[in-house]
Design a protein around this ligand. Structure first.
Ligand code: F6P
Length: 341
């Protein structure tokens, strides 16, 4: 570890997430409180390689807590995937006398920290920032709550028009390879079906199951809207293809809708601002305590520290009770069979 622990750096990397600015603000103010100097690298790990940085002070983080995106910009950095890029990044950190680097990002960014560790002698601290909520060891990631609310807002509007026409809609939400957004959004929008990685047990039968469920609901409830929330990357070739598959397999007409990047933007909700603020302060305290290669998270309302390796090693599991509620207890088709609606 480096001797001087007075100069820290921050970067945001990978998909931006609402609340990243709140985290930057909290880190900067907490660092200034403890008389540390703070710099911010622009464009994620690219900024480390290019030594593209700015000084951060109180005025840099004034009036940013409510803004989506990230004032430090973000990037996915192919250069940083190479050993040459990692060595260059470490060299720049050493030259600039940075004793600790805080990385705000998701699993790709945490993998970047693991790579940098081989060449950098300072402390590395991660803050979980991604709308996907796919980082293990923290109940929620910065940005997840806002993305859920944004998707709910959009889907409630889709429901209005679906209801007016008795249409079947298939709405794709983000999440990369994780079902947190799909399940939580689906529950909150009372989707008739949620298609997630966690509930796709038998790929061969899925089309039949999806079609049967739609038909059964139409029979039991009469004419009505019907909403499927699907995780991105789940159906080969996406939700447009799922809709055309349903049309050719069962003559069901569905309207596809990909929500896309709208879920990444927007003002962070209170939960994300507060989470980001708590994580930022805890990160500075962890730096002062000499911690290294950890992620700061929150578990059951308590701040926690998780080894970076652990945070990315296990696939974070969606809430099993929520999955069961969606797929069985609250399922309209199951209810119809038990009771007749
Ligand atoms: O990780 C956040 C995320 O928005 C995912 O939900 C999505 O799969 C991915 O990033 C999109 O990445 P890009 O911005 O590189 O297209």
């Amino acid at each position: 570890m480096l001797k001087n622990n007075n100069k820290i750096a921050i970067l945001t990397s990978g998909g931006d997430a609402p609340g990243m600015n709140a985290a930057i603000r909290s880190l900067v103010l907490a660092a200034l409180h403890y008389k540390m100097e703070v710099i911010g690298f622009n464009y994620g790990f690219n900024g480390l390689i290019e030594a593209d940085f700015c000084q951060l002070n109180e005025s840099s983080v004034r009036n940013i807590i409510h803004c989506g995106g990230t004032i430090l910009k973000s990037a996915r950095s192919p250069k940083f995937m190479t050993e040459e890029g990692q060595k260059q990044a470490a060299e720049n950190l050493h030259k600039l006398d940075v004793s600790a680097l805080v990385v705000i990002g998701g699993d790709g960014s945490f993998n970047g920290m693991l790579a940098l560790k081989s060449f950098y002698q300072g402390q590395l601290i991660g803050l979980p920032g991604t709308i996907d909520n796919d980082i293990d060891g923290t109940d929620s990631t910065i940005g997840f709550a806002t993305a859920v609310n944004t998707a709910i807002d959009a889907i409630d509007k889709i429901r209005d028009t679906a209801e007016a026409f008795d249409r079947v809609f298939v709405v794709e939400v983000m999440g990369r390879h994780s079902g947190f957004l799909a399940l939580n959004v689906g529950i909150a929008c009372a989707a008739e079906q949620v298609l997630t990685f966690e509930s796709f047990k038998n790929p061969g039968l899925e089309l039949q199951n999806i079609a049967n469920h739609i038909k059964q609901c139409k029979v039991e409830r009469g004419q009505s809207s019907y909403l499927i929330v699907a995780a991105e990357n789940l159906w080969p070739e996406g939700v447009e293809k799922l809709c055309s598959d349903l049309q050719s397999y069962a003559n069901i007409k569905c309207t596809p809708c990909v929500l896309g990047y709208i879920q990444r933007g927007g003002d962070p909700v209170a939960k994300d601002r507060i989470l980001a603020t708590k994580l930022g302060v805890a990160a500075i305290e962890a730096i002062r305590a000499g911690k290294n290669m950890i992620m700061i998270g929150e578990s059951s309302n308590q701040m926690c520290e998780v080894a970076i390796e652990t945070a990315i090693k296990h696939k974070k599991q969606v809430n099993a009770a929520l999955l069961k509620a969606q797929n069985s207890i609250l399922d309209i088709a199951e209810l119809a069979q038990l009771n007749k609606i």
